[in-house]
Structures are given as C-alpha cells and as structure tokens.
Design a binder for this molecule. Structure first.
Ligand code: PEP
Ligand code: MG
Length: 770
C-alpha cells in the first residue's frame, strides 16, 4: 500500500494543473481499490457548494455540472461532519440524493472521506460500488483516509495556482482572491513580484517560453560540456581511492550525458519553445518518475543519480543568472525561504515587500523585515512561488494576506491604506527629540534593536536613546566566511559611534535555530532545542573571544559598550562567559588599549532562567527579556512554523505571568531589566510592560515612534489599571482584544491597522479615493 500511495502522490505532484491532478487521483484510486467509481467533489468557496470535479465511473459529462449545497446529500454529510462515512446501501440512507446526470442509481456501496487541509474543508473523495455485497472494508477506509490526507496539500497548491492565474475552481474568471499567510512585518506594499530561488533546485524552476531557441540550445550545450568536464575531473582525482564498482557511477553519469541520451531530449523540448532550464526540469522529472515507478530496487535508486545530474546541469545554467536579475522599481521579493542575503541583492530603495513560503511572524527574517520597515507576509505554504514572478502584487503585512493582479478597486483600497500609513509616520517625526514619558511623568528608556547599518540610520532619525539589542549574527549571516577581527571591529565601531555616549548593547553571536551561517552549517533534528546561542560559542571559545576582543577594541574612547549573552539556561554558562570576557578584557588592556570593562547582561528567554532571576542578576549588571524565544519555549510553539502560528501568542496569560515575575525578581535584587523581544515594539505590549515596571523597551526602528506616541499620551496609572484587569483573564485572544479596545478608546485605533479602523468597506474606501 505504501508504494501505491507513494506512486500516486508523486504523479499528482507533477500534474500541470488542478484538473490534471484530480483526474490522476480518481483514476489511480479507482484502480488501486479495484472499485467501480471514484469521484472527487471540491467545495467552491465562492458558492459554498461541492462541485463534481473529476470522476472515473460516473458519466464524465456530469463533471463541472453537478453540484451540491454545503450539507446536501451524502457528500454534504461527509463534509459537514468532517468524518468518513461508509455505507453498504447508500440509496436507502435518508440523506441520499439522486442526480440523473451521473448515472449513479446503479451504485449501492458508498465510502466518502473529507479532504481537509490546515483545518479547511476542501472537498470529499468518494468511491462507490454496484453490488451491496461488496462493502468497503477497514483496510480500504484506512487507504482512503491516508490518500486524502496526503493529497490535500497538493490540491490546495494546484487550486492556488489556478487562482493566481485569475481562475476560480470551476475554471471561470475570478479576481481578487486573497491568499492567507502569517503577518510578518506590518504595512502594505504594492509592487511587482520577483521570484528568487535557492541555487539549483529543479523543482523551483519556473516554466518559461523562449523566442531565442538557438541561444538556449547553446547555453545547454555549454552546461553539458562543463558538467562532463567536472565529472571527468572528479573521477580522475578519485581513481586511486575508489573501488571499480564505485568508479562505475561516473561512467553512468557520462553515459547519461552522451548526446543521444538526456541532452537529446532536453534539446527537443527547447526546440518546442521552452527555455533551457524549464526543458531540463521537464526531462529530469520525467526520468525520475520513470525510475521511481520501477519495481526493481536498483533501478529505483537510479532516480537519485538523475536528480543529482539534473542539479549539476542546472547550477551551470544558473551561473550568473541571479546576479543579472532585473529588479523593478517596486520589487516584492518572493521565495520559498527568504534569506538576509537575498534582501541585500535588491538595489537600494527598490525593495517594497516580501513574501515567504516558509517561516512565521517571529522568524528572524520577519524581524529583519520589520526593522527595515518592509511589509511582509510569511508562511504562505500553498503558494506556487514561480507563478508570482512578474505579477503585480499587493502585500498586506497587517493581515498576512497577498493578492495577485489586483483589480483597480482593490488596488485603490490598498493605496489608501499605504497613504494613511505614510502620513501617520510623517506625523510622528515631530516626537523625535521629546522624552518617552507618560502624562504622570514616568520615564521609560526607548532603545532600538539593530542588525544592519540601515537600522542605525533609521533609529537615529526616530529618536532612539541607545541600542538595546545589536544582533551581531546579522553581519555574519550575509558573509561567506567568519568575519575577521578587523572586519568585526569595523561593524561594531559603526554602531558604537552612532550612539555614543548612549549605551550600545551587543549580543554575542546567537546562531542555530533558524539562523544559519552557510559556512558553519548546523544540521539538527530539533534545532531550537539544540546547539544555539551561548551553547555554540562556549563550545568554540576561539569564536567567542575573537568577537569579544573586537567589541572591546571597537569601544576604545567611547566606552558605551554593553555585552549581552543569549540563550542562557543555567548559572555556569554565565560564569564561564564572564571568565572569558574578563580574560579578553585584561589581554586587550595589556595590548595597550585604554578601555573600560563593559557592563555584562544576560537574556532571559528560556523558562529555566525565569526561575533563577535572582541568581542570574547577582552575577551580572542587567537583564533583558527576549520575549520571542520566551514565548516559543513557554508555550512549546515553534516560532518559525506557520502551522502552529495561531498558537504563538505573547499575550498568553502564562507569558504575561512570567514577565511580571521577572520584573519583580530583578528589581528585588536591584538590577535593571528591559525587554528586547518584539512584544516591546507592539504598542499594547509596550504599555503592559511599562506597567509591569520594565526600565527599558528595545524595538525595531519602525515601531519606535508609534510606541513613544502611545506612552506619551497615557498615564502610568491608566496602564497599571489595564494590566491589573487583563491579568485576571485567561484567554490570549480575549486579553489581546481588551488591550486593543483600550487603545482604540484612547484614540489609537489607527495604530492597529490603518484603513480598518475607519470601518469602511473596500468599495467605500476605493470610491472615496477615486
Ligand atoms: C528574543 O528571543 O526575543 C530575542 C530578542 O532574540 P532573537 O529574536 O534574536 O532570538
Ligand atoms: Mg532570542
């Protein structure tokens, strides 16, 4: 059964469109179950009706014609109950519904399973049989449940592909269908999609036609020659180290590259008008499919070789291609997984939005996007990246939604929101030099989180009083090797100088989790619980000490450096780190640098640290809470996984209780404590943190003016009452709604989402703007 399943899923995966995918499903399932009928009904969101989309065994002419209401007939019963129904004599069931167009009266046994993707009911898969004596058994039920669960994602993907092309489920024209992801960075962007791909991934190569066939043939010929040379070179180099049967692998590759094999077929596709990369993809995928479907295990394994060869050819074809990518004036980058390096490729001032299939709102790239003020949607799991290339896109980073090729009305609606947001930001510029103080004169330090130099420039214009978190790993992530001590000194000096004499808090390298260095890969089953942050650097004291040395030397003459340790989960990590920091301090002084010992602090972002605040605070100068990780670890919700994004909630009562306790315990031993997680940059979160007694709030530059304007307009007493009220509540959603309501009532509705607070409909806003 497993291999049948695998074959069906593979075939469906490579279908060109939804209709082909569904036709493959019904014909393969009918055959595998040896039954007379297999049909698939999809729920059309536009009409809320199930449409018969494909069938094997019913009259084909009924496809696209027959439809049922949401809870009509047996299909409706399966869908509304969201569970399997297995009947021996379907026509005698009170919910049975007869459609003469299908020829269905001849069938008796019925087995229907719902198709559900991320809680969304997509449709129902049905098998039927003429004889009532042939009822479906438990094994068949299990097969249907498994196949439906495996195919729901593929169906969602094909459905999204059609919708981007402006087609409804039934193939009619449809516009302004929104695709839901997770909000990454607030704001709205309207621009042109540019799909970027990690190098050499055949599955991600888009289909494109070419009008210069000779050029594509030449490109492919060059790639073949280059790969052939590579393989011959490697084979020669390894000749003395390999056994003859291992060397034979290279001969297999070279035979596949001979003219009458794979290249011949790729050239054929190019001559039909496809570009070289797309032609290669089609041929390699066909080969892989054929090999994988073979019964012989040895031949199945050859699929791996073909795929590898395909990747090698593709990487030669792609050489220089990404470098010469044309970025439009208003670029919306779209990728499976956006990396900081991709952001750096876009010319200055042209990047307006980001769309990522992977990741969630607290992934580091989303945090970077917020710092840069670029509206972002993450976790668009079903979106086919290649279909968005070159399309006009609306990125709604408030709601976590995108639209492709928007209608004039929709564009106008979003343009109004963009304009309102810009106006709001301009209005806040006047606050720059005013203190962050409540109406009853309570002061809070407003600090900024940085990673790039652009953050520094933005934060200075936004009135930050220092840096509360400089993520030193960011400059490490956009290089292809560890930066030298001198290079690090230069990065650090820029940050220290920009804010002197105000404090600049530099966090030691926090890699692992979702922050990878290409030149120092960490592959782990469970990276967020693995080798991360201080655990890595204490295991590599040479990296840690070099970094601390660069920080200290950079601080000479400025003396505004503070050092902060990430991911601390026990006292000995602090003691070991302090030991290394002191050692470096003495060495640097011995080298003749006139520096002061920097203040050292720890991040509170692991639940264990919450219960050792006093012990930690006794050993260091300050504490800073990383609510992004603290939320993830307290709630056991991966901050990077869009599937569990609705469970990730920093307003969860458990998180709020922990935050209250941390502030109390730190102050009990007389140590300052701040927050540098994203909650500090959320106007509602900032008000609650201030009421809890936090001394400083550190946030991305874009959030700074909004948070400052809210704090300057309320009293500490008002915030304390709000905190007392919400600490009595037990649901994160209710707490969030209460805080939002309190801010709206205080006149800050526009901070939550411009446009929405006006309560206007799309049509009203669009017509007002016309
Ligand atoms: C945090 O975890 O809240 C934090 C500030 O660190 P990072 O987001 O870089 O993990
Ligand atoms: Mg963290």
């Amino acid at each position: 059964m497993l291999s049948t399943l695998r074959t069906i899923v593979q075939e469906v995966n490579s279908a060109r469109d939804l209709q082909e995918a569904l036709s493959i499903i019904v014909s393969r399932v009918q055959k595998a179950m040896n039954t007379e009928v297999c049909s698939v009904y999809l729920l059309d969101p536009a009409t809320n009706r199930y449409v018969l989309m494909a069938t094997e065994g019913l009259y084909r002419k009924a496809v696209g014609k027959v439809s049922l209401g949401y809870s009509e007939g047996l299909v409706g019963l399966v869908g509304s109950r969201e569970e399997l129904i297995n009947l021996e004599d379907a026509p005698s069931h009170p919910r049975y519904r007869y459609f003469p167009e299908t020829g269905e009266e001849r069938f008796r046994s019925f087995l229907g399973v719902p198709i559900i993707h991320h809680r969304r009911l997509m449709g129902v898969l049905v098998v039927q049989q003429r004889e009532s004596s042939r009822s479906f058994n438990e094994g068949e039920e299990a097969f249907m449940v498994t196949i439906s669960a495996q195919l729901s994602g593929v169906i969602a993907h094909s459905e999204a592909t059609g919708a981007i092309g402006g087609l409804s489920l039934t193939g009619e024209e449809a516009h302004d269908i929104g695709f839901d992801g997770v909000p990454g960075a607030p704001g709205v962007a309207i621009g042109t999609g540019v799909a970027v791909y990690p190098a050499a991934d055949l599955d991600l190569v888009p289909e494109k036609a070419t009008d210069d066939i000779e050029h594509e043939l030449d490109l492919f010929q060059c790639a073949v020659s280059a790969v052939r040379e590579d393989i011959e070179r490697v084979a020669a180099r390894l000749a003395s180290q390999l056994r003859p049967q291992e060397q034979a692998l290279f001969d297999v590759y070279l035979r596949m590259l001979s003219d009458e094999a794979l290249p011949d077929e790729v050239n054929g596709k190019i001559r039909e008008g496809n570009w070289a990369q797309g032609s290669l993809k089609q041929v390699v995928q066909q080969y892989v499919r054929n090999f994988e479907m073979m019964d012989d295990h040895y031949l199945q394994e050859r699929a791996v070789d073909v795929r590898d060869l395909g990747r090698r050819l593709l990487s030669h074809l792609q050489e220089g291609e990404q470098a010469s990518l044309e970025y439009p004036e208003r670029t919306v980058l779209v990728s499976e997984e956006i990396t900081p390096a991709m952001l750096g490729e876009v010319p200055k001032g042209q990047l307006v939005g980001l769309v990522s299939v992977k990741g969630s709102s607290h992934s580091h790239v989303a945090i970077l996007a917020r710092a840069m003020g670029i509206p972002t949607v993450m976790g668009l799991v079903d979106i086919p990246v290649n279909q968005l290339d070159g399309k006009e896109l609306v990125v709604d980073g408030f709601e976590g939604q995108i639209f492709a090729s928007p209608s004039a009305d929709l564009r106008a609606y979003y343009q109004v929101i963009c304009d309102e947001e810009n106006e709001l930001i301009r209005g806040l510029e006047a606050l720059r030099d005013l203190p962050c103080e409540t109406t009853d004169h309570h002061r809070v330090s407003m600090l900024v989180n940085t990673g790039l130099m652009t953050d520094v420039v933005r934060s200075l214009t936004h009135g930050a009083e220092g840096i509360g978190l400089y993520r030193t790993e960011v400059p490490f992530m956009i290089k292809d090797r560890f930066p030298s001590e001198q290079e690090q000194r230069e990065y650090y000096r820029e940050q220290l100088e920009a804010f002197a004499p105000n404090p600049v808090t530099m966090r030691t390298l926090d890699i692992g989790g979702d922050k990878c260095l290409t030149y120092f890969p960490i592959h782990e089953e469970n990276p967020f619980l693995g080798w991360r942050g201080i655990r890595v650097t204490l295991d590599h004291p040479e990296i840690f000490q070099l970094q601390v040395r660069a920080m200290m030397k950079a601080s000479e003459g400025l003396n505004n450096l503070q050092i902060m340790l990430p991911m601390i989960s026990n006292i000995s990590e602090v003691e070991e780190s302090l030991h290394l920091i002191y050692r470096v301090y003495h060495e640097v002084r011995e080298d003749g640098y006139n520096i002061h010992m920097p203040k050292v602090g720890v991040m509170i972002e692991v639940p264990a640290a919450v219960y050792q605040i006093r012990e930690l605070a006794d050993r260091v100068d300050f504490l800073s809470v990383g609510t992004n990780d603290l939320t993830q670890y307290l709630l056991a919700v991966d901050r990077n996984n869009p599937r569990v994004a609705p469970l990730y909630h920093s307003y969860h009562p458990a998180v709020l209780q922990a935050l209250v306790r941390i502030a109390q315990d730190a102050h009990a031993v007389g140590k300052p404590v701040g927050v540098c997680g994203e909650l500090a940059g959320d106007p509602g979160g900032a008000v609650l943190l201030m009421a809890m007694g936090y001394d400083s709030l550190s946030m991305n530059a874009a959030s700074l003016p909004k948070v400052k304007s809210v704090i300057r307009s309320v009293s500490l007493e008002w915030a304390t009452n709000l905190l007392e009220d919400i600490l009595l509540l037990d649901s994160p959603h209710v707490i969030k709604s209460c805080v939002d309501l309190a801010l709206r009532n205080a006149g800050f509705g526009r901070y939550m989402r411009p446009g929405k607070s006006t309560g206007k409909t799309l049509a009203e806003v669009a017509s007002a703007s016309a």
